[in-house]
Design a protein around this ligand. Structure first.
Ligand code: SF4
Length: 355
């Protein structure tokens, strides 16, 4: 049920069957060019497809002019309250502008932003947030928050249609996971514009990642959602990108880098698996291909899993069996396990490159 319509944020297609795009937002003051560019480089490296920057002041618009040129990934300018800044961000070269029509000053101001966006073929993101619904929906928000969110979103979509502007995506965010799921399911039945998903103010790395995985994962598994952002407080923006990728990889919606499968261990474990898993995970960060590596503590499930993975380790007493492409190779003592596993991985890639 991914959106039928497609827009382009810079060179990134969104919706209409395009891969689900990973977004994040810088946590720096945008006008601090060095810090903002440093963060944009780091989230790009981590796999962000698109990055949003807050533009609350004139000096942020000035910085934006340089940011859009220096960034390797498209930039969305995030604007609240001030439609003039939205227009200036469009003129500064933003690849997309996010506005919340509910706080930008009414339909006339929205129309001015739309005219500027149309003039430069810049898409908009229409953001509706449970914390900033229009006044006439605030009573409904208490009795039926899902209905209130969807009504706000569809009212703004209707306004866009009346303005004959279709180059936009919609986001509807709530701090409540069930409300986010229910409202996006309902909205996806009503409109065919791309949807951006997120759980707003999700929390710290631990709780925020889990809330996002449950909320966004449920919707993505239904085929709903064209871009995602994981909102985590207290962590670097690149952490949000890594969590987003783990969700997409878990659902097999996109591939990026290796996948590590490891059992939770139990009383059958007979080798030091903790340190092996940590070391394998650390070294796998250097590999770009989506290889699957399984590490299982004993033969109960280990042999079966190793047969499915590209590379595998199945534990035995103070040692483990290494598998490559489903075939058992040899038993190796724990202390040489990681080195020998990576020797096999490197051998495979060396051979692959010769072909
Ligand atoms: Fe326990 Fe073996 Fe299963 Fe790991 S693979 S959880 S050690 S039974």
């Amino acid at each position: 049920m991914a959106s039928a319509r497609q827009i382009h944020v810079g060179d990134v297609p969104v919706g209409g069957g395009a891969p689900v795009a990973v977004q994040t937002m810088t946590k720096t003051e945008t006008a601090n060019l060095a810090a903002t560019m440093d963060q944009i480089h780091r989230v790009t490296e981590a796999g962000a497809d698109i990055v949003r920057v807050a533009v609350p002041r004139e000096q942020d618009v000035e910085a934006l002019k340089t940011i859009v040129v220096e960034s390797k990934i498209p930039i969305i300018a995030d604007i609240h309250f001030n439609h003039t800044l939205a227009i200036k961000a469009i003129e500064a070269g933003a690849h997309c502008v996010r506005i919340n029509p509910g706080n930008i000053g009414g339909p006339d101001k929205v129309a001015e932003v739309v005219a500027a966006a149309r003039g430069r073929s810049v898409p908009l993101r229409i953001g509706v947030n449970s914390g900033s619904l229009p006044k006439h929906l605030r009573d409904l928000e208490f009795t039926n928050p899902v209905e209130a969110l969807v009504t706000a979103a569809t009212e703004w979509v209707d306004l866009m249609h009346r303005l004959d502007f279709l180059d936009f995506k919609v986001s509807m965010k709530s701090t409540s996971v069930p409300n986010t799921i229910a409202s996006n399911r309902l909205l996806a039945e009503k409109i065919d514009h791309p949807l951006h998903l997120g759980i707003t103010e999700a929390g710290t790395k631990w709780s925020g990642s889990l809330k996002s995985a449950v909320g966004l994962g449920t919707l993505l598994a239904d085929g709903i959602g064209d871009t995602i952002r994981i909102s985590l407080s207290t962590f670097h923006a690149e952490e949000e990108v890594k969590v987003a990728w783990e969700i997409l990889k878990a659902l097999k919606l996109r591939e990026r880098g290796p996948v590590l499968i490891a059992c939770p261990t139990c009383g059958r474990l007979q080798f030091d698996m903790d340190s092996v898993v940590m070391e394998v995970e650390r070294r796998l960060e250097q590999y770009a291909d989506p290889i699957e590596v399984s590490i299982l503590g004993c033969a109960v499930n280990g042999i079966g899993e190793a047969r499915h993975a590209d590379f595998g380790i199945t534990g035995a007493k103070d040692s483990a069996m290494i598998f490559s492409k489903g075939e058992p190779l040899r038993k190796v003592p724990t202390e040489r396990l990681v080195d020998e596993l990576f020797a096999e991985i490197d051998k495979y890639y060396a051979a692959d490159k010769k072909v």
